[in-house]
Structure formats: C-alpha cells, structure tokens
Design a protein around this ligand. Structure first.
Ligand code: SF4
Ligand code: SF4
Ligand code: SF4
Length: 316
C-alpha cells in the first residue's frame, strides 16, 4: 500500500470523517438504508466442491491491496495493543487474515443417515446497515451505493472498532502499516484493518468479483438484492432448505442457501479467530447506546486523523 500523504488524502480523510456524521450516516444508523440499489450475492452451498479456486482468485485480484509493513515494529503504544503480524504467514488459507479475505469452511453433517461434507466460502457478509461502517470513529470504513462496504487503508488507524462491532469479527489487522506510523512515527500502534471489499473496482467497471468469475461450479450468483432473496427462497422451497443472511444483523448482502439447517452447519464447523460462525444474529445497529457513543467520537477522531495527514504533507 502506498503511504504517500497528500493534500488530496487530507481532503479525503476530512470528507470521510465529516461524512460519518454530517451526511447522516450516524444519525440514520438505526434506520436500514434503502436497499433498492443494493447488489447481493447468493451462495448455494450444495454446489461448492471446496476447490479453493475462489480463494486463489481473491488473492490474485487483491495482491496490490495487501499490506507491506515496515519492520522491525517500533514500541507498541499503548503497550496492551498486541502485535498482529501476518506478513510472514501470507500463505495461510484456512482462515481470514489481512492477506486472505476469503476462505473455505468445512462442516460434516448427517444427511439422510449419511455423513456429508459441506464447504462454504466465507468472507465479509456486506451487511445492509453495516456497523463496521456506521461505527468507525475515523470514517475509514464506508458503504457504497450498491451496498458493498470497504475499509480505506489510507485512512484506517487499525483500532479495530469495526471488528468489535462486526457480528462475525470479519476485519483483520496488520501491524506496522498505515497512517498510524505517519501520525506517531516513533511508535507502532494499531496498523490497518483488512477485509473483502467485494472487488469494488471490478463492479465499478462493469465486471463481477474475482471469486464469482473463478468458480467452476457457479456457486455464487450476484444481482439486485430483492431478486437474490427471491432466488434464495425459490431454491429453499424446492429443496426444503434454509436461507441465511436475509435477516441476520438486520439483513446482509450475502445470502446462503443450504439443504440442512444453519444451526447444524454451525455446530459442525470449526469457529474462532478468523473463522466466523453461522449463528442467527440480531440487528446490532438497533442498539441506541452504540450509536450515541459513536456520535460523540466520530467527528473528533476523524478530524484528528485528517489533521495528522495534513501535518505530514506540509512537513515534507
Ligand atoms: S460482516 Fe462485519 S465487516 Fe462485513 S459489512 Fe457486516 S459488520 Fe462490516
Ligand atoms: S468479492 Fe473480491 S475481495 Fe471479496 S472475497 Fe470475492 S474476490 Fe475476494
Ligand atoms: S471456487 Fe466455487 S466450488 Fe471452488 S471452493 Fe470456491 S465456491 Fe466452492
């Protein structure tokens, strides 16, 4: 990632921070946005063969966005902040990391008396009303009109608020990179958070995400959210199956359809750090206390970040 600090970046940071509050992001946070323009993906887990072609495609498509941390890391400030360094473990594919935004989760369950293995591509769910975006104190996470959410690595300070408020703990931190080092060059702190950005440049240019394009089995379908929901239910009705994501966390732009209950899959799969669950999730943005806190923090913190960038640009 380029760490060049420019007036443009300052303006971008200011705008993002201001936008967090002034554009009504926070003020309207409890209200789910109009989803008419949202694109959603449907993942039909019956079709997935676990080949990981999607994982490789994601890594190839996003290599230029992966972190390039400076080492050795300076003293961590505050000292309780753990170093999270994935730069020597870039090859890891069995969980989410800053270098692996998509992985394949496995669940072996009994279907009609037979042990059956299901494989599920897992990544950011792209929530309809994403807490990671609405509660980022720096305005670094944002949602586009088509519903995808992404984290701007030039603005993110890696405080991991986005991860704390994400029901699936999706964003992953890399130490020793990002704006933090420009603000306090003698100290390492938080770094930058990384996650699937749903290949936003490809979508902008009229393409489809790399993971969808690479899949030999046509596991994922992308389209307007209402059509994707209809399709998910049509398949579920046909197979007497189940849908995940329509209502989770108030609704997501990633839906799964499965012939077995998601509670069963969830119980059978390995979960934990970098390995999200498949539990039912209440709408986190309905919690007014979170919103009140964010409203107080967002403008101050965002302006501080932008000021830091500007200071560096003037000093050079
Ligand atoms: S799944 Fe988590 S990281 Fe993805 S949009 Fe929702 S809150 Fe944000
Ligand atoms: S949409 Fe793009 S960034 Fe997200 S998992 Fe697929 S290939 Fe990776
Ligand atoms: S490329 Fe398709 S079939 Fe292969 S693991 Fe990914 S989703 Fe499953």
């Amino acid at each position: 990632m380029s760490r060049s600090i420019t007036r443009r970046a300052f303006l971008k940071g200011s705008a993002a921070a201001a936008g967090t509050l002034a554009s009504g992001n926070i003020a309207n946070a409890a209200v789910a946005p109009h989803t008419g323009s949202h694109l959603a993906t449907l993942i039909d887990i019956r079709k997935c063969i676990g080949c990981e072609a999607c994982v490789e495609a994601c890594r190839d498509a996003n290599t230029n966005k992966f972190p390039d941390p400076k080492k050795p890391f300076p003293e961590m400030v505050p000292s309780r902040v753990p170093v999270e360094d994935w730069s020597d473990k870039k090859e890891i594919r069995h969980r989410l990391t800053p270098y692996n935004w998509l992985f394949i989760q496995h669940a072996v369950v009994e279907v009609n008396g037979e042990e059956t293995e299901f494989t599920l591509p897992r990544r950011c769910m792209h929530c309809v009303n994403p807490p990671c975006v609405k509660l980022c104190p720096w305005g670094a996470a944002r949602q586009e009109r088509n519903g995808l959410s992404r984290i701007d690595a030039e603005i993110c300070l890696g405080g991991s608020k986005c991860k704390k408020v994400c029901p699936w703990d999706i964003p992953q931190r890399q130490t020793g990179t990002g704006l933090y080092l420009d603000l306090l060059p003698s100290f390492a702190g938080n770094g930058v958070m990384y996650k699937c950005d749903r290949c936003h440049e490809r979508l902008r240019d009229g393409g489809v995400p790399a993971c969808i394009e690479a899949c030999p089995e046509g596991v994922q379908t992308i389209g307007p959210r209402n059509e994707i929901i209809e399709k998910a239910h049509a398949i579920a009705d046909e197979i007497n199956g189940y849908v995940y994501g329509e209502n989770e966390n108030g609704g997501t732009n990633t839906l799964y359809v499965s012939p077995v209950p998601f509670e069963t899959l969830n119980a059978a799969m390995e979960k934990g750090k970098g390995k999200p669950h498949l539990e039912s999730v209440k709408d986190r943005m309905a919690d007014a206390n979170h919103l009140a806190a964010a409203m107080l923090i967002a403008p101050i913190a965002g302006i501080a970040a932008a000021a830091g960038k500007f200071y560096k640009s003037v000093k050079r």
